[in-house]
Design a protein around this ligand. Structure first.
Ligand code: FES
Ligand code: FES
Length: 163
């Protein structure tokens, strides 16, 4: 039996009827056609499906949509015009932060959250902070270089207060 929930996705109010076991990732990808959120392991391990739920990074594959009544969800599509995200994307392009690109949406969201929260970052701090995002191409050198470059070039407004 479906339950109707109302939530905000990328700033737009949405009302949807969901089955009890529908994941947020499947709601985004299959029903709302927001396919920037990738699915890898589908068990909360790889981070490919990372989105922001009420401003915090979360695994969309293990978040049940039915629990998100009233929540605010932001996906990579919802950060398309964000200056910090633009800086991060450019750095990933310039520093070879992606190979197949499968892990990239999760990497971008997690690094955006990291750069929002933290000031100067060493390579070691980036590695620790990003350890919840796996790259099956093992392109970690380029990913860390990209995030470091973005951290060094980020817009003046970031970072925000640390959580
Ligand atoms: S697909 Fe969600 S953590 Fe891997
Ligand atoms: S670039 Fe292929 S999984 Fe990371």
């Amino acid at each position: 039996m479906k339950t109707t929930i109302s939530l905000t996705i990328n700033g737009k109010p949405r009302t949807v009827a969901v089955e009890p076991r529908l994941s947020l990732a499947d709601l985004l990808r299959e029903e709302l056609r927001l396919t920037a959120t990738h699915l890898g392991c589908e068990q909360g391990v790889c981070g490919a499906c990372t989105v922001l739920i009420d401003g915090e990074p979360a695994r969309a594959c293990i978040a049940l949509a039915i629990t998100l009544d009233g929540a605010e969800v932001r996906t990579l599509e919802g950060l398309a015009d964000d200056p910090l995200m633009s800086t991060i994307k450019a750095a990933f392009q310039e520093k070879h932060g992606l190979q197949c690109g499968f892990c990239t949406p999760g990497m971008l969201i997690s690094s955006w959250d990291l750069l929002k929260r933290k000031g100067a970052l060493s390579e070691a701090e980036i590695r620790v902070a990003m350890s919840g995002n796996l790259c099956r191409c093992t392109g970690y050198q380029g990913i860390v270089r990209s995030i470091k470059a973005a951290a060094d070039q980020r817009p003046a407004a970031a970072p925000e207060a640390a959580r």
